[in-house]
Design a binder for this molecule. Structure first.
Ligand code: RIB
Ligand code: CA
Length: 308
């Protein structure tokens, strides 16, 4: 595969950590030009601290880390500390980072990443948290979008129940206006919603396979997954599905359709409104993934983590 330029905007977050390590392990195929953080699972300070610690653990503090928005565009902040711990990383210790976050705000860094694609190879924006940073970058200067080939995101649930409310998935519910802006960007989106990510259960055997790699990264990730399992019972790896698609798209099956987000309702705030039968007459703006080769996914994840 041709080497891809990517940017990861995330809210680490236990499954965000797995996605980051997966991208770092695929350095021969993915050029991770930067990481930015957004308030989501926990507040902007702990998610930024976690991202710095994860990069330090992987020996990749050379990758620029930019802190982003501390709250959603319009709605009150929500968090997922019950799932990820109040520290956002399940209490798993991370090394002290030696490099401070960049002074450039995440929104500006995302804009710069996209603009580099205007004169060179187009990039891919990968979103695994609330989409606040990306949405602000799009609204402020939409011409940057021509520097991207697509947006790959974890968020929403098209044909099932939510995980933070009956109607909505966490990233969409956290900032529904941002999700609506991203889906309305005009760029093709690859949507890794709960429809497909719920199939990526990291079982005890798969956690053991990670630990058995024996590296500091793999053992820490296994500890994070064990903490995750202790909190939710059935830990599923939502965010790494974005990276897996970039590396091996044939692990997934899906359907192209128009997707929108309910930003008006109270009961359905953040609900993903997918239109697979064309009832709206609107063109498809997303490929909604619904099928996963789970064994192939975990083989790929384990291989990538073993290379960090
Ligand atoms: O609903 C799952 C998503 O919400 C994942 O990105 C997880 O990290 C949380 O942010
Ligand atoms: Ca996340």
């Amino acid at each position: 595969m041709e080497r891809k330029r990517i940017w990861l905007d995330c809210d680490p977050g236990l499954d965000d950590a797995a996605a980051l390590f997966m991208a770092l392990g695929a350095a021969d195929r993915l050029d991770l030009e930067g990481v930015s953080t957004v308030a989501g699972n926990v507040g902007i300070d702990p998610v930024t601290r976690n991202a710095r610690g994860l990069l330090a653990l992987a020996g990749r503090e050379d990758i620029p880390l930019h802190a982003g928005c501390p709250r959603p565009l319009m709605t009150a902040p929500v968090d997922a500390a019950a799932v990820h711990g109040t520290d956002g990383i399940g209490g798993v210790p991370l090394p002290a980072p030696t490099v401070p976050p960049q002074t450039l705000h995440a929104v500006d860094a995302i804009d710069a990443f996209c603009r580099r694609g205007l004169t060179g190879a187009k990039g891919t924006l990968v979103l695994t948290g609330p989409m606040t940073n990306a949405a602000l970058a799009i609204v402020r200067a939409p011409d940057m979008l021509a520097g991207l080939d697509r947006i790959v995101f974890m968020g929403g649930v098209a044909f099932g129940a939510g995980n933070i409310t009956p109607a909505a998935e966490f990233n969409f519910a956290s900032d529904p206006h941002a999700a609506k802006i991203v889906l309305g960007s005009g760029l093709p989106c690859i949507m890794m919603g709960l429809d497909v990510t719920r199939q990526a259960e990291i079982t005890p055997a798969r956690i053991t396979a990670l630990a058995d790699i024996g590296s500091p990264v793999s053992k820490s990730l296994a500890a994070m997954m064990t903490a995750y399992q202790g909190r939710v019972g059935k830990p599923v790896l939502h965010d790494p599905c974005t990276i897996a698609w970039l590396l091996q798209p044939d692990l997934f099956t899906g359907t192209d359709c128009h997707v929108d987000v309910d930003c008006e309702s109270s009961l359905n705030l953040g609900r993903c409104v997918a239109d697979p039968y064309g009832a709206t007459g609107k063109p498809a703006n997303a490929t909604v993934m619904t099928g996963l080769d789970a064994k192939g996914f975990f083989d790929l994840l384990t291989d990538c983590v073993g290379r960090v």
